[in-house]
Structures are given as C-alpha cells and as structure tokens.
Design a protein around this ligand. Structure first.
Ligand code: ATP
Ligand code: MG
Length: 184
C-alpha cells in the first residue's frame, strides 16, 4: 500500500492560498466547524488520484473545483493539488518507482482542462488512475470514508450492510467472479 505523506492545495475550492496537509501513519480524521473545508480536503485527495465525475466533487462541471471567488478575493484561473507519497520502500509500480519521494500533481485551468504530472513529468490521466488502482487506494477506495457513509452503514438493512463491509474488505470482486463462473 502506498504511504501518503502530504497533500498540497492551491486554488482548490475554498483553499485559495497554498495549504499543506501532513498525513501521518495510520487512520486520519478531519475535524473542524461546519463549512471550514473538511469535505473539500477529501475531495482534493480523490481528485488528484483521477476522479473525473463532477458530482463526486459536488459540482456541475469539473472547473467548479477552482476557487470561485469571495467578497474580498477574486476567482482563480486554476486549481492545483499535489499528493506526496513516501516511496522509500519502493512500493510504487515500476514506471513511478525511481525515487524515494513520488509527487503526483493535477492542475485544472479554466477553458483548458486537466494536466497530470508524476515527479514533474507530464503523465496521462489513465496512468495516474492506474497507479492508484494498483495500490488499492484510488478515487473510489473504501479507505476514504465520505460524510454520511457511517450513518448509511448504521441504518442499512443487514444485506446492504454486508455488501458495504464486503466492499471495504476487498472481497466483493470475489463474489462477482464466482457468480460469473456459476453462469458458465
Ligand atoms: P460540514 O461540516 O458542513 O460538512 P465541511 O468542513 O465539510 O463542512 P466543505 O463542504 O468542505 O466544509 O466546505 C464548504 C465551503 O467550501 C463552503 O463555504 C463553500 O462555499 C466553499 N467552496 C466550495 N467550492 C468552492 C469554490 N469553487 N470556490 C470557493 N469556495 C468554495
Ligand atoms: Mg463536510
């Protein structure tokens, strides 16, 4: 599993000024008053890993992640998120495995779109998505617990709850494959 060490945001949603979040080992929780940007941080993490559904970013279009301006600050033209990964153990896939630190960045510019880099080198979206999919993290990873997901789990009917837990345990693919085998 890849060890995330830092998240840097610039112009992403409410984080208009450069902001750095240190991610320590183990479980990370984000706390703070309503509207302070907790969900935006989690969205930034999904976004830099290649999330491409505006809805998952609570927006109508992908450019809605760019700081839209406030009464005292003009809007920005781009948003950038960098994810720093501690790769001292060399666990990254071969194409990304040359250094102790792996830095993945994604930038979106108005009317231009998104561009990704890995250690400063331009990289295709698909390759970034694969990097994280291989590492069982990724934009859709059950390791990222969305707001409301805990109450969904508590209030779910037993069958649905089992499905959520199986998804988190990473065994749902197993059932899918067994089902396919039985149909053959
Ligand atoms: P809660 O405790 O209610 O869940 P939260 O800490 O999760 O709150 P967020 O939803 O992350 O808060 O942040 C919401 C804030 O982000 C709002 O003030 C909203 O206006 C601001 N915001 C979202 N998108 C943008 C944007 N593109 N530009 C500027 N501000 C934005
Ligand atoms: Mg929230």
């Amino acid at each position: 599993i890849l060890q995330f060490s830092k998240l840097r945001l610039t112009g992403f949603k409410s984080f208009v000024d450069p902001t750095e979040l240190v991610i320590a080992d183990g479980l990370t929780g984000v706390v703070g008053p309503n509207g302070c940007g907790k969900s935006n941080l989690l969205e930034a993490l999904r976004w830099v890993m290649g999330e491409n559904r505006p809805k998952a970013m609570r927006g109508g279009g992908m450019e809605d992640v760019i700081f839209a301006g406030a009464s005292t600050r003009p809007a920005r033209n781009y948003a950038e998120v960098a994810l720093l990964i501690d790769n001292a153990q060399r666990l990254a896939p071969a194409a990304f495995n040359s250094q102790d630190l792996l830095e993945v960045t994604r930038r979106i510019t108005r009317d231009v779109g998104s561009a990704y880099k890995a250690n400063g080198k331009e990289t295709r979206a698909r390759d970034i998505q694969m990097l994280f999919a291989d590492a069982s993290t990724g934009a859709h990873s059950p390791a990222l617990v969305r707001q409301g997901q805990i109450s969904e789990l508590i209030n779910a009917k037993p069958k649905a709850r089992r499905r959520i837990l199986e998804e988190a345990a990473g065994i749902s693919g197993l059932y899918q494959r067994r089902h396919e085998a039985e149909l053959k």
